[in-house]
Design a binder for this molecule. Structure first.
Ligand code: AAL
Length: 402
């Protein structure tokens, strides 16, 4: 007699009395039988336009790569890369022809405040960029914030020379007694590039400090000088210190993540969770490491925020009971992505928090887009196929035999 079919009501534990396919093993071993609805690491995202931080269309002003959001005495604070240049970026391959070369070239760390997370007031420059020729004199960008011992510490990428194709830089730090500054730059790297041949030999990007297990854990994106197929394309690691100025030690187990770009992280229960976007085999996933080091995929997500700077109320609490996140700021590239873009800040909302229940963020139909969003990048059809309705994207032409 044929065994009964797999039951409609999912057994809470993996059935041992029947053969399971690889997919059904994964549903129990890797995912959750109640799929996204019952998965605390799954969410959709909704985006809201901010006021007070509008750019201009000539790409001469760019705001991007926001820090974590802090709430201090009822006021929200955010720090970000601000580029204000007469002309738009020309691309790193033309760094010797014109400036700025990239969207974060000739930039400085600025900040803004808000009472509600939607309406912001730009307060201006946080860290004074040093004169050209001095350490960090070319550009300061991609900041993040640490609160430690009652003082404030900004970690950011420092460029002393023109920004070229490898986007090579290290991470430095500035400290202040108040979130409004004045900021005192330390004037040297605090997280150095890796040794020659290492996965992080060229770049220490996207510094993201948390307080965990009594120490400062500064997660970061590393890059190397290779562009060959064998080179590790994307990886993230951590550098750990007992003092904000270092020394920062990189555990031998680095790198910790094999994908992602501008990865944001937050304390979750007794471990650390991460949102991986854009690059690598495990892009567009939320992952969790019970020890802050060994991350496992917990969900796939759609259209995640670029360069997310979440509001993480317990980023520095280190109480072993991380509560998660429900909103933050991110950036959007209105005209294009990559080096020669310009960027604007936006707000994202989600439900990756143990303290809110936002059913709208769990429903699979939450991420629906207007037809024009789908057709914006339409194929460039050959004349004999072109119709009045078809949009055309000159970069993507149908094969002639279409
Ligand atoms: C961002 C970040 C880093 C890179 C550049 C500016 O998305 O990954 O900061 O250097 O792009």
């Amino acid at each position: 007699m044929a065994p009964p079919s797999f039951p409609a009501i999912m057994p809470p534990e993996k059935p041992a009395d029947r053969e399971l396919s690889a997919a059904m093993h994964r549903l129990y071993d890797l995912w959750t039988p109640t799929e996204d609805k019952g998965n605390p690491f799954h969410t959709n995202f909704k985006y809201t336009r901010l006021t007070g931080l509008e750019g201009v269309d000539d790409r001469s002003i760019s705001r991007r790569d926001p820090s974590k959001v802090l709430r201090i005495d009822g006021t929200y604070y955010v720090w970000y890369t601000c580029r204000r240049t007469k002309s738009p970026p020309v691309g790193p391959e033309r760094a010797d022809d014109a400036t700025p070369s990239t969207d974060w070239d000739l930039a400085e760390v600025w900040y803004a405040t808000s009472k509600d997370g939607f309406h912001w007031t730009e307060q201006g420059r946080a860290v004074e960029r040093p004169p050209q020729g001095e350490y960090g004199g070319r550009s300061n960008c991609t900041p993040d914030i640490l609160v430690w011992g009652g003082k404030y510490y900004l970690y950011y990428q420092a460029y002393s020379k023109k920004i070229r194709a490898f986007d090579a830089c290290d991470v430095t730090m500035a400290e202040a007694d108040s979130p409004n500054g004045p900021w005192r730059a330390i004037g040297r790297p605090v997280v150095d590039q890796g040794e020659s041949g290492a996965w992080d030999e060229a770049c220490i990007h996207d510094p993201f400090p948390l307080v965990y297990q009594g120490r400062i854990w500064l997660y970061y994106k590393g890059q190397n000088h290779n562009r060959s197929l064998e080179a590790l394309v994307r990886a993230q690691g951590v550098a750990i210190a007992d003092h904000p100025a270092g020394p920062f030690e990189k555990p031998a187990i680095n790198p910790l993540l094999n994908s992602g770009h501008e990865t944001c992280l937050w304390p979750y229960e007794g471990g650390i969770a991460a949102l991986l976007i854009l690059d690598g085999a495990e892009k567009n996933t939320v992952q969790f490491a019970p020890d802050g080091l060994n991350f496992e995929m917990k969900s796939h997500v759609a259209v995640p925020p670029l360069a997310p700077g979440p509001f993480v109320p317990d980023a520095y609490a280190d109480n072993g009971d991380g509560r998660g996140i429900s909103w933050g700021l991110c950036h959007i590239n209105p005209a294009a992505a990559g080096y020669a873009a310009h960027s604007m800040l936006a707000r994202f909302d989600c439900d990756l928090s143990r303290d809110v229940d936002r059913p709208a963020f769990r429903h699979k139909y939450a991420m629906r887009f207007e037809p024009e969003t789908y057709f914006k990048g339409a194929l460039a059809l050959p004349d004999h196929l072109r119709t009045e309705t078809g949009g055309t994207d000159r970069d993507t032409v149908m094969p002639n035999d279409a």
